[in-house]
Design a protein around this ligand. Sequence first.
Ligand code: BGC
Length: 758
Amino acid sequence: MKKLAACLVGGVMLVSCVSGTDRKEAEMNHFVDDLMNKMTLEEKVGQLNLVSVGFDVTGPILSENVEEKIKAGQVGGVFNTFTPDAVRKLQNIAVNETRLGIPLLSGYDVIHGHKTIFPVPLGLSASWDMDLIGRVARASADEASADGVNWIYSPMVDIVRDPRWGRVSESNGEDPYLSSCIARTMVENFQQDDLSKENTVMACLKHFALYGASEAGRDYNTVDMSRIRMYNEYLPPYKAAVEAGVGSVMTSFNEIDGIPATANRWLLTDLLRRDWGFEGFVVTDYTATMELLHHGMGDKAKVSELALNAGTDMDMVSEYFLETGIELVKSGRVSEAVVDAACRRILQAKYKLGLFDDPYKYVNEERAASDIGSDDKLALAKEAAVKSMVLLKNDRQVLPLDSVRKVAFIGPHVKGRRDLIGNWSAAGDWRKAVTVWEGIENTVGTANCLYAQGCNILEDETLIDKLNPHGAMIEKKVSADRLLAEAVRTAYQADVVVAVLGETFGMSGEAASRSDISLPDNQRELLKALKATGKPIVLVLMNGRPLTLEWEDSAMDAILETWFAGTRAGDAIAEVLYGEATPSGKLSMTFPRNVGQIPLYYNHKNTGRPFLDGQKYTTKYLDIPNEPLYPFGHGLSYTTFAYCDINMSGNTLSGNNGKLTASVIVTNTGQRTGVETVQLYLRDMVGSVTRPVKELKDFQKVLLNPGESKQVNFDITVDQLKFYNSDLQYVAEPGEFQIFIGGSSADVKSASFVYENK
Ligand code: BGC
């Protein structure tokens, strides 16, 4: 909306056309300038300090004497605390007991829901459903903002190609395009282009950058990557979030080109601010400034100097800026302008959030009572859980189950509750999660169901000892032999066995890397004993990462991947198992056959010696195929879909604004209504640099009744052909392109066209 603004300059009336946005920005700048004019250097440095108040510790220290520090004007924001009461108490101190009364940011990790917990992000990304993901983000922001939180540490958009890394569960998987779509959707729904609304929150993009490429999948490990790979494969989702207007960015723990992200001026200033135009503020990850010491970047003052001069604005938990900032400015190692810029960005964030108008805007008991855990959110949690599940295998249509047949539900996850909401479940209360057994009761009743625990979730004492200090609460209550014998007896009494197994929540997430990503040995022993009964077996999995399932794939009749599905996990699983809902998820990450294949991803390069069967000197393993067990984009339904050949609107794409349309007709050839995710991939056949064998460029979801056909059209534009060349210019190069359309990256129809740049 444009507004006419008039002002008198030197006695002359100037009339200019000022947009509403420009006016708002001018007002904000005026306000912040005014405030900063009143601030001492000490108060400015205080704004750069972020302290952890409460419950969670994800690093070595917890902030001390928080209330005194707030009173002394030494805190710009708090995190790890919520509820209107708790946040009001701290906000009161900031507003009423400090000289300038500057309100606090109040941050929290709202990763897959606040109190109503949705599937872990890797699961949610398998829905490929932006409308759903948008509603989940909206609901999360709605709950968090009613509970004292105005700033959330999400979205996490690190591209991951190594499922040994535990934080893969927080990611959207391996694909830059899918993850970019999700990044954009989440930011738009958290912030809604209007942070002054009471139910929007400022998002924090993380972990900038490349954290998902930690060597060997070990958390916090070194990253080393070429710029061309960075630009083409790892940076796009971060860029998408910045373009969507994300308000803040969190640095990653890893190094980039030998300089840790928190101290990396190229990353934070040249790339993020100069090239991408990011205008928000940058916060470190938990104690990342302090960790620069361990990276060997210098002493406390030196690393603070490096971080501030690199473009980091806010220091999470280390308190190094607070301790060294004033001296650094006085000695000239950091200019006052750098501190001013950092302080200004943080004050602008507070202004945009409306905290200067009403510091108590996000502490609203009434909203908390009505909006948190409301029926619509719980319904959304079930919907999201259903749509995230991926049917990996389903031989002889053993699924869906027939409720008149006797089904033996076996496994520690059948009645287990603690694991359902997964890791990073923030303020979620696992006690409120619905178990699989309860879900069955709610759906078809348990009259025809039998139950046996089957095994302890883990027998490995070393692993249990590592997990328990973090609240895993793993107990081995019953002897493994007794559990196994009881399970086998139960299986014999049933027509079908459903084994509900997987990881405990602590086996994925931060600091939860695994070198072996198979099911725990004791669980596999249980499956082997069940298999020996000769009964059909459905394996229902709960886990936060791709697992290696080669044996399970060969031995089980059906495998349903449910991830850690959240507060309504049990209801959703029961509905899918009994066919009240049809699975439609597609993997957003490759499932390797074994860890020796890692890193394994669909958008790899062809190499100079692509695999050729029967030829010795081609790229391959001697002991396993190159192909994964389950490829990116894979996911079955209870119905089947057929694709006709691709129909192209032409064979040539010309000029900068050219467009082609590729169409396929997809038919539901089965007996049930189902949703198919139709995926479009491109391959640039000849390039000035080597190009991937396939890259996802678009997708559409279609709902089809039995026998129904629909035409799905994809527009192909020059933008989709672009990539970063060896000079890091974003270009489309003329030549032949192949186009693939199908229901998985490995099951596609193909066609080709030529791009002419004229
Ligand atoms: C994690 C971040 C998180 C932060 C605050 C860190 O350990 O890496 O993802 O946002 O803690 O809790």
